[in-house]
Design a protein around this ligand. Structure first.
Ligand code: ADP
Ligand code: MG
Length: 270
């Protein structure tokens, strides 16, 4: 497999921003959820996306990951326009967001949830498992994947929960499972929408440690998070949205001192 096939990257430019959002706009009926939003995310960074409730953060995530088609604007990932691709195609390019575990999946075990990520990833390739000449290779691939599943569960310290139904996990353990699943899809960049919600302090610390370890390995993160301390302590760059637009962006200290930002938060329903 060539490097291009392995990473899904067509024009990787070292150092260039992997994600660029330009003039994004998304309306729902009369509601302008995202209005002329532009920003880029530095490679290997943990970038925070913050703003009062209703600012347009989740809609922006949904437009980036193909859940919504924007009315106008452009999303470029690794030099390639991905604006009109569907979520699977975008994930296949290495831009992955975590999803809450759906109700159906909460009745499956943690391990089954992880294995499902493998099936989704293999997709149409599964026919190969019934082609005699290819069986040995498929079995090897499955074994390698299973090893990765266990490694990931161990990394997140949820391996002891492998046979537990996902629905029985605590909120925090679920978040770890969501992140574990996302990592199995070989992402380059992860979009996390409130990954700490419902997570107890010790699990939150663990989750943040893992995020920093992954960052050190070269992963890029865009993080939506309500907890301002988490944003200020963990992000090197912060983008503030307000009423669908980028109000301000910069390093955490500058954002914290920005009068416009303070005003937006005081005026908003935080
Ligand atoms: P945030 O994540 O920053 O809290 P959202 O992106 O969820 O903000 O919402 C931005 C605005 O768009 C809000 O006014 C919200 O009510 C509206 N909105 C978001 N999603 C939808 C939808 N699917 N249908 C209608 N309105 C929506
Ligand atoms: Mg939101």
């Amino acid at each position: 497999m060539s490097e291009t096939e392995a990473t899904g990257v067509e024009n990787p430019e070292e150092g260039a921003a992997p994600l660029e959002v330009s003039n994004l706009r998304k309306t729902f009926g009369g509601v302008v959820a995202v209005d002329d939003t532009s920003f880029s995310v530095e490679r290997g960074s943990i970038t925070g996306l913050i703003g009062p409730n209703g600012a347009g953060k989740s809609t922006t995530f949904n437009c980036i990951t193909g859940v919504h088609t924007p009315d106008s604007g452009r999303v470029v990932f690794e030099g390639e326009a991905i604006t009109n691709l569907n979520p699977n195609q975008i994930a296949g390019k290495g831009l992955v967001r975590t999803f809450q575990i759906a109700r159906e999946l909460s009745e499956m075990t943690v391990l089954e949830n992880m294995l499902l990520a493998f099936e989704n990833q293999q997709g149409e390739d599964l026919w190969r498992s019934v082609t005699p000449g290819l069986r040995k290779r498929v079995i090897e691939e499955e074994r390698a994947f299973l090893e990765r599943v266990w490694e990931t569960l161990e990394l997140f310290e949820i391996d002891h929960l492998a046979h537990e139904q996902a629905g029985n996990l605590s909120g925090g353990q679920r978040k770890l499972l969501e992140l574990s699943r996302a990592l199995l899809t070989d992402p380059e960049m992860l979009l996390l929408d409130e990954p700490m919600a419902g997570v107890n302090p010790s699990l939150e610390k663990k989750l943040l440690e893992r995020i920093h370890e992954l960052k050190a390995q070269g992963y890029t993160f865009l993080l939506v998070e309500h907890d301002m301390d988490v944003i200020m302590e963990n992000c090197e760059h912060v983008i503030v949205m307000h009423q669908g637009r980028v109000l301000s962006e910069g390093p955490p200290a500058a954002i914290q001192a920005d009068e416009q930002v303070i005003e937006a938060y005081l005026g908003g329903e935080v």
